[in-house]
Write a protein that binds this ligand. Structure first.
Ligand SMILES: Cc1cc2nc3c(=O)[nH]c(=O)nc-3n(C[C@H](O)[C@H](O)[C@H](O)COP(=O)(O)OP(=O)(O)OC[C@H]3O[C@@H](n4cnc5c(N)ncnc54)[C@H](O)[C@@H]3O)c2cc1C
Ligand code: SF4
Length: 500
């Protein structure tokens, strides 16, 4: 159980980040290397409480108290094995997860939770450095003779593919983009996770025998029904990339850009796949609409590109510093947070609704955005507003901000409509009112042999949820294949399937 009174002796402490002035000159990750002695102390803070709420808070059901204790005792290999039993990609979650486990940690009731996410990163990086993470250890000993198509190579598709390959099924991953990884490659900037972390894992997956076919948009060639006929099962992990639109006068002006177009381009520049960014905002007055992860990633990118000013606007009022009465532990706390990009600069504004975008008035600037008009909002007097519909306009003059680039980062409303229309028309897959794929408790769509998970099924969410759903869908796909072919060799004790 860690050190019996460790939480009384040591405060929560995370490794330092590089100085802002330094990190704004590059796209490298922010954190400096952890001090191993401090990592051990942080693991020792775990109280191993009788009911591990942290484990319940983690969508993967990671056995957090177990690996905390193993790190405290210096049993790093055992800690890695424990972590890898429930999480295929701790190097992604250890860098990018918002850590709902920490929000549910018992120490967080009246103090600071264990640094679970950071410990996860240290365990997996130690495992890579020691050579414990090998394709051989995860490759199935016997082939099942069954073929599964995984469509989409984001964390949901990759987790599903890894789990299926581990139990002997032949897996082909189809990816519309030129390279695999989904939002891990094209959305999330390198200052949050450098691409070598993704590529290192992809090499291992390929070495397990998973085949990647990139630049292939399923629905065009091959069609969904062709794919369905050629494989024993299909997993659909196509993500939810349809952005929420801004419906105000001036949306059509030049300089008004969807966040993913902007972030993808800079990711391509950093990886060397594009010589320079056409959407570079150097010297521009940038306004970002949306206060979430995507908006924050735009902010960090705009600061690195040398924007003259950056404002990040959020529709909802600023959250409280502490949990509100209606938001008790161990729920996810709806409180004020400052992302690493927000530490770096820019101004944040809350409770603002954009009413129009205005073009410049010179020959050079007409047709291009020059200013943004917004009204202030207020929520109900007696409690925090629960949704935008509850917000009322505060009478008065509009707020006018200089805006030569407006980045739309207002969230995603569902999977790409063209892709889901093809799924529906070619295969008859049912969609819900938002265009998400409808599945039952087994991740099965209404079409036999077709399964779905990740953002395409649950709406835009988190990496940890995508991994969890990819794993769970893989277990159901495996069960489906075995039901159709009971003579398949048993998985055996040497082929752990995992899953929550
Ligand atoms: C800018 C940004 C930052 C984020 N930051 C974080 C973060 O810090 N932490 C966190 O937990 N979450 C973050 N998220 C959310 C997280 O990235 C997603 O929840 C996660 O990637 C979803 O995984 P997925 O596999 O379901 O879909 P995706 O990662 O979107 O992958 C879907 C893949 O399917 C492919 N595809 C689609 N249609 C087809 C087709 N017809 N044929 C073949 N391939 C197809 C797409 O090209 C894509 O590669 C962020 C999201 C964004 C946009
Ligand atoms: S995956 Fe996320 S929620 Fe789960 S233990 Fe790791 S940081 Fe916590």
């Amino acid at each position: 159980m860690g050190k019996y009174n460790g939480f009384l002796q040591w405060q929560r402490l995370l490794p330092a980040k590089r100085a802002v002035a330094e990190r704004l000159h590059d796209y490298r990750e922010l954190q400096v290397d952890a001090d191993p002695a401090e990592t051990t102390r942080q693991a020792g803070r775990c109280m191993d409480c009788g009911v591990p709420f942290c484990q319940q808070g983690c969508p993967l059901g990671n056995a957090i108290p177990d690996f905390n204790d193993q790190v405290w005792r210096g049993q790093w290999k055992a800690a890695y094995q424990r972590l890898a039993a429930t999480n295929n990609f701790p190097e992604f979650t250890g860098r990018l997860c918002p850590a709902p486990c920490e929000a549910a940690c018992v120490l967080g009731i009246d103090g600071a939770p264990v640094t679970i996410e950071e410990l996860e990163k240290e365990i997996i990086e130690r495992a890579f450095a020691e050579g414990w993470v090998g394709a051989e250890s995860q490759r199935a000993l016997r082939a099942s003779g069954r073929k599964v198509a995984v469509v989409g190579s984001g964390p949901a598709g990759l987790a599903c593919a890894a789990q299926l390959a581990r139990v002997g099924h032949a897996v082909v991953v189809f990816e519309a983009a030129p390279a695999p990884g989904g939002l891990l490659r094209y959305g999330i900037p390198d200052f949050k996770m450098e691409k070598w972390v993704l590529d290192r894992r992809l090499e291992l997956l390929a070495a397990m025998g998973i085949e990647f076919r990139c630049s292939v948009e399923v629905g065009k060639a091959p069609t969904w029904d062709e794919l369905h006929r050629s494989f024993d099962a299909v997993f659909v992990g196509i993500g939810a990339r349809r952005p929420r639109e801004l419906e105000v006068p001036g949306r059509e002006l030049g300089g008004v850009i969807q966040a993913m177009d902007y972030l993808t381009e800079q990711n391509l520049v950093v990886s060397g796949d594009l010589p320079r960014a056409a959407l570079d905002v150097r010297g521009q007055h940038v306004v970002i609409l949306g206060g979430g992860d995507t908006g924050s990633d735009c902010l960090g990118t705009a600061l690195r590109q040398g924007a003259a000013s950056v404002h990040q606007l959020e529709l909802m009022p600023a959250p409280p510093q502490e949990r509100a009465a209606g938001n008790p532990w161990p729920q996810w706390p709806q409180i004020w947070r400052t992302s690493s990009s927000q530490e770096e600069g820019g101004a944040r504004e809350f409770a603002l609704r954009t009413t129009r975008l205005v073009a410049g008035d010179t020959a050079e600037t007409s047709g291009h955005v020059a200013a943004l008009h917004a009204v202030r909002l207020r929520g109900p007097a007696d409690r925090p507003a629960a949704h935008p519909g509850e917000l009322l306009e505060v009478p008065g003059e509009p707020l006018i901000l200089p805006a030569t680039t407006v980045l739309l980062a207002m969230g995603f409303v569902g999977p790409d409509a063209g892709v889901t229309a093809a799924l529906r028309d070619q295969l008859g897959v049912a969609l819900d009112a938002r265009g998400n794929l409808v599945v039952d408790a087994r991740y099965a769509t209404n079409v036999p042999g077709v399964f779905a998970g990740g953002d395409a099924k649950r709406g835009a969410s988190l990496i940890v949820w995508a991994i969890a759903e990819g794993r769970e869908a893989a277990r159901e796909i495996d069960a489906h294949l075995r039901q159709a072919a009971p003579w398949l060799p048993s998985r055996g004790r040497d082929q752990p399937f995992g899953g929550r």
